[in-house]
Design a protein. Structure first.
Length: 272
């Protein structure tokens, strides 16, 4: 006798079929969702990748645009130039004892004259600014002339013994005329040169052969210092105007060249 169960056994085939159908549907739905999700994720990823790449490029470009512009300065190359300059050489000073000068007095025998030298440099410039200077050559063109100063060593006793009495009887006017003639005959000094000589000795002694400075010992028409220097022109140097004039003309010629040269010096410093 056949019969049907009134209550199906849980977990029977029907239920299992039902469960399989549900499971199939669930899995199908889940699979579809995963596929959809996968597609969506893929699409998002695919869309996102270039977007990220574009963002990076935009960001990089923005960063580069934000950087400050670096200004490059053009600099001239170093330039070396050779430069030459002339410089003066200062003269020295030499002192010499002079027994014919009173002690404590001095006289310039030879005036100092500066020399000159040429110096060459290698000068380096950068952007027109000097950065170094190296001396490469030094050449003396003219040697300086030392100043020579006579220092008196004559004692008071010696000076008193050398004092010259004024005994000449020749008048200043006669001595002046003699001086004009001797200057023209011996050195050819006429015209302006004679005028310079006349002015010089008129101021020194008034053309008086007896003129004597008791303080310095200068004597005669040219006021030789001391007067005994004129002994080289003659032993009568103390009284003879011709001897005094001869010595005075020789002194001017040797030291100043001309009377006008001596006059110019006297005008400048007060003595010759």
């Amino acid at each position: 006798m056949s019969y049907r169960r009134s209550n199906p056994v849980p977990g029977g085939r029907r239920e299992r079929r039902t469960q399989r159908g549900v499971r199939t549907r669930v899995l199908t739905q889940v699979g579809l969702g995963v596929a959809v999700a996968s597609f969506a994720v893929g699409s998002i990823a695919a869309a996102a990748v270039p977007a990220l790449t574009d963002d990076r490029e935009v960001t990089a470009q923005a960063d580069l645009a934000a950087l400050p512009e670096i200004e490059t300065q053009k600099s001239d190359a170093a330039v070396v130039k050779t430069e030459t300059k002339e410089v003066a050489i200062k003269p020295g000073s030499v002192k010499q004892d002079d027994p014919e000068l009173e002690k404590g007095t001095t006289e310039v025998v030879t005036e100092g004259e500066p020399g000159s030298q040429v110096i060459t440099y290698d000068v380096t410039y950068v952007d027109g600014v000097e950065v170094s200077r190296v001396e490469t050559l030094k050449l003396t063109v003219e040697q300086p002339t030392d100043e020579v100063i006579a220092v008196g060593t004559m004692t008071e006793e010696e000076a008193a013994a050398a004092a010259v009495p004024a005994t000449s009887s020749v008048s200043p006017g006669t001595a002046r005329a003699l001086g004009q003639q001797m200057a023209a005959d011996m050195y050819g000094w006429t015209g302006s040169e004679w005028s310079c000589l006349d002015a010089l000795w008129a101021r020194e002694s008034g053309w008086n052969p007896n003129a004597h400075n008791p303080y310095s010992g200068a004597h005669g028409i040219p006021q030789a210092l001391p007067g005994s220097k004129m002994a080289t022109a003659g032993s009568d140097w103390a009284t003879n105007p011709a001897t005094q004039i001869s010595w005075g003309l020789s002194y001017i010629s040797g030291r100043y060249g001309t009377p006008c040269g001596a006059w110019g010096h006297s005008e400048s410093v007060g003595w010759y």
